[in-house]
Design a protein around this ligand. Structure first.
Ligand code: B4P
Length: 191
């Protein structure tokens, strides 16, 4: 299979983490989730984790240089990868440009940006539901959930134009069963 690099994009709660699990298996990609990487740092109580915890629990974005450094380390550590699925990264224009630079150096540009489209009311419902059943503290308060969505609208959503300018944006309806959405995503990748 040819090398593929996919950006799985969307607001908090759109289903990025959920769908990544299926796509990774189907296409044999390396999964890079900055949210998961940051939570692993918090769990291990590293200095980076302690710094990130405060930012994440307020619903704001972690500084660009921190997440860009984490992604660079992971790409460098996977020279044999068939391709990557970027989940929750990039989230700012600076991150998108840094990613393009990194991938240009290794000659493996982004193939497609899949944007999961879900309305705010549904996002809030999903995240508060996860907050009630999992240990994720940033999903417990409606105020923090709405702050994350506002951060997305202000800093992350404009990236759709960035990838649209490169002819790589594909919008995917993110409402329906998990299986329906996986089917829509695989159709967009294969098509
Ligand atoms: P993330 O870990 O990326 O978390 P998220 O945006 O909340 O989405 P996630 O992927 O986990 O949820 P999903 O939609 O799958 O980020 C957390 C924080 O880390 C950020 O707020 C930020 O502070 C920091 N951070 C991460 N990356 C960063 C970066 N690049 N730059 C700066 N800061 C960064 O699922 C949500 C819920 O919906 C689940 O419970 C799931 O079961 C449910 N769900 C999924 N699909 C569904 C469907 N079809 N129907 C109903 N429910 C569904």
């Amino acid at each position: 299979m040819s090398k593929r690099n996919i950006v799985l994009f969307g607001p908090p709660g759109a289903g990025k983490g959920t769908q990544s699990a299926f796509l990774v298996k189907r296409y044999g990609l390396v999964h890079l989730s900055t949210g998961d990487l940051l939570r692993a740092e918090i769990q291990a109580e590293t200095p980076l984790g302690l710094q990130a915890q405060e930012v994440m629990s307020s619903g704001e974005l972690v500084p660009d240089e921190v997440v860009v450094g984490m992604i660079k380390n992971r790409i460098d550590a996977s020279p044999e990868a068939q391709g990557f699925i970027f989940d929750g990264f990039p989230r700012t224009l600076a991150q998108a440009e840094a990613l393009d630079n990194m991938l240009q150096k290794i000659g493996k540009p982004i193939s497609v940006m899949l944007s999961l489209e879900v309305e705010e009311q549904e996002l809030v419902k999903r995240l508060l539901n996860r907050g009630a059943t999992s240990g994720r503290t940033d999903d417990r308060s409606e105020e923090v959930v709405r702050k994350r969505i506002a951060e997305y609208r202000a800093k992350t959503e404009p990236l759709k134009s960035y990838y649209e300018g490169q002819g790589k944006l594909r919008k995917i309806d993110g409402v329906g069963t998990i299986e329906d959405i996986t089917r829509r995503l695989t159709k967009a990748i294969d098509g």
